[in-house]
Design a protein around this ligand. Structure first.
Ligand SMILES: Cc1ncc(COP(=O)(O)O)c(C=O)c1O
Length: 478
């Protein structure tokens, strides 16, 4: 009796029409998003008014729920793949990968162990091999894992580094990172139980790079005090400015001092596909572990991060636990169970979207898109430098540029400039026409653009700068 209405199924025809409506909505979004306003603003109260209700005991017509969601939910999110979404790290996804995710979810493929899905494990191995080759990591010994994002990849790297370099006793271990390293690294270090005195935040130089001299001093001092330096985290493309730390020099220090060298390339790593990026990222191949983040500049939808590792045995040695009920599912050595390479046991099939999008478009399309982004940021820098009203604060680097409104004729104080640029960002956001927020560099409040969307045109940026200038003029009459 209970089985009636409890199999959670729909008739075939209804499933199809429901699915077609979903596809129509997604395609409509891909085609129309540039004509929408990218910024969603709503208070908790407004959202509660729209959605708050008890979990319903009784069913609602499927179409009614879907229509409500399309109308009210999908319209209340900032469009991170909009050409005028410049802030944080935008998410310029692609349609093939969105459909691949739909397939992976539709078939609910378990991507934890070889026995459950040999094809899913194989595609993860193959796509990781593509990445190992792209980043010039050892093809045979190297390995990795796809994760939910860059944060989880960094966490996986630091667990591995600690295990390999310190074993069980990490009471004297010290880890080094710069003041421009992404906050997910500190979060990971804290999650792992390191205390404040075991973390060295090394100041960056005037170019926002890891200061080599200060790093060497810190390591030497810690060794003199009987501590155990074990890991340096460098960044290949900082979130704030796109800066690449001096990777080759840090690699030399790590080698000499026997430290684990982790590179957080979550933002900038993908740029290696372009000629310009490859030059900037020299030394990235020397890392023991490298975070890259396909849901950023590899144009994948959320969630997809990746950790590459110089020796795959390090991951296996760190993460293998064998509960009794998994005894029979151990494959042979070459048949990887990815639950042995990271935190998750049950994992979605992330490799599929990477595989399908690269097969469909070809790597060349990705290379061209990234080169376009890097050049676009350089064109924007050029434009800003030629204007009497704008000041470049950090030059276009890996498609990131920071600047502020600072008219030569107005002679504004630092405080006035901070207020003015904060005001510009606030007004732009309120207008919902562009996602443009501020960051802080050298104690100055500045506007930051991250231009990794291949659908953003120079005209889009010019329109946004004109909008900013009109708000600025309104405020300061300059
Ligand atoms: C350099 C860097 N590392 C790590 C992260 C965290 O990645 P995720 O948001 O995918 O967890 C980011 C996010 O912007 C980043 O820019």
């Amino acid at each position: 009796m209970y089985r009636k209405n409890s199999t959670l199924e729909l008739p075939e025809e209804q499933m199809k029409s429901y699915g077609y409506q979903v596809v129509d909505a997604v395609v409509g979004h891909f085609c129309e998003q540039k004509n929408k306003l990218p910024v969603a603003i709503a208070s908790r109260e407004e959202m509660d008014n729209m959605f708050l209700e008890e979990a319903p005991e009784n069913p609602t017509q499927p179409k009614q729920v879907l229509d409500f969601v399309l109308d009210k939910v999908m319209t209340q999110s900032t469009i991170v793949s909009h050409p005028k979404a410049y802030s944080f790290v935008p998410g310029p996804s692609n349609y093939i990968s969105a459909m691949a995710d739909t397939l992976a979810t539709g078939f609910n493929i378990f991507s934890g162990g070889w026995v459950a899905s040999p094809a899913a494990a194989e595609l993860e191995i193959i796509t990781l091999q593509w990445l190992l080759k792209i980043f010039r990591f050892p093809a045979k010994k190297g390995g990795g894992i796809f994760t939910s994002g860059g944060s989880m990849a960094n966490l996986t790297a630091i667990v591995t580094a600690r295990n390999i370099k310190c074993g069980d006793d990490f009471s004297k271990a010290v880890i080094y990172l710069s003041d421009q390293a992404h906050s997910s690294n500190i979060k990971a270090i804290r999650i792992l139980g390191f205390r404040k005195h075991q973390i060295r935040i090394i100041p960056t130089n005037l170019e926002f790079e890891f200061s080599i001299n200060k790093l060497k001093n810190a390591i030497a001092k810690d060794k003199l005090q009987g501590l155990q330096p074990f890991c340096v985290i460098a960044t290949a493309g900082t979130t704030n400015t796109g800066t690449v730390d001096p990777l080759t020099k840090i690699a030399q220090i790590c080698k000499k001092e026997n430290l684990w060298f982790h590179i957080d390339g979550a933002y900038g790593g993908a740029a290696i596909l372009s000629k310009e990026g490859k030059k900037l990222l020299k030394g990235i191949e020397k890392a023991d572990s490298l975070t890259v983040d396909p849901h950023k500049w590899f144009f994948q939808p959320y969630e997809m991060g990746c950790l590459l590792i110089r020796n795959h045995k390090y991951l296996k040695g760190t993460f293998t636990e064998k509960p009794e009920y998994l005894r029979d599912v151990e494959g042979n050595q070459s048949e990887i169970n990815f639950y042995d390479h990271g935190v998750q046991l049950t994992r979605r099939f992330r490799a599929l979207k990477f595989y399908m999008s690269i097969k469909t478009f070809g790597l060349k399309a990705f290379r061209n898109a990234i080169s376009y982004n890097i050049h676009l940021a350089e064109q924007v820098e050029d434009l800003l430098r030629k204007s009497p009203n704008w000041e470049v604060i950090s030059p276009a680097t890996l498609a990131v540029i920071n600047f502020r409104y600072n008219p030569i004729s107005a002679n504004l104080s630092e405080k006035e400039l901070d207020k003015l640029n904060e005001y510009i960002s606030k007004k732009v956001m309120e207008s919902r026409q562009a996602l443009l927020v501020t960051t802080v560099l050298n104690n100055q409040i500045v506007l930051r653009m991250c231009l990794i969307n291949p659908r953003t045109s120079l005209q889009d940026v010019k329109d946004t700068l004109n909008l900013c200038a009109s708000f600025a003029k309104e405020k300061c009459k300059c």
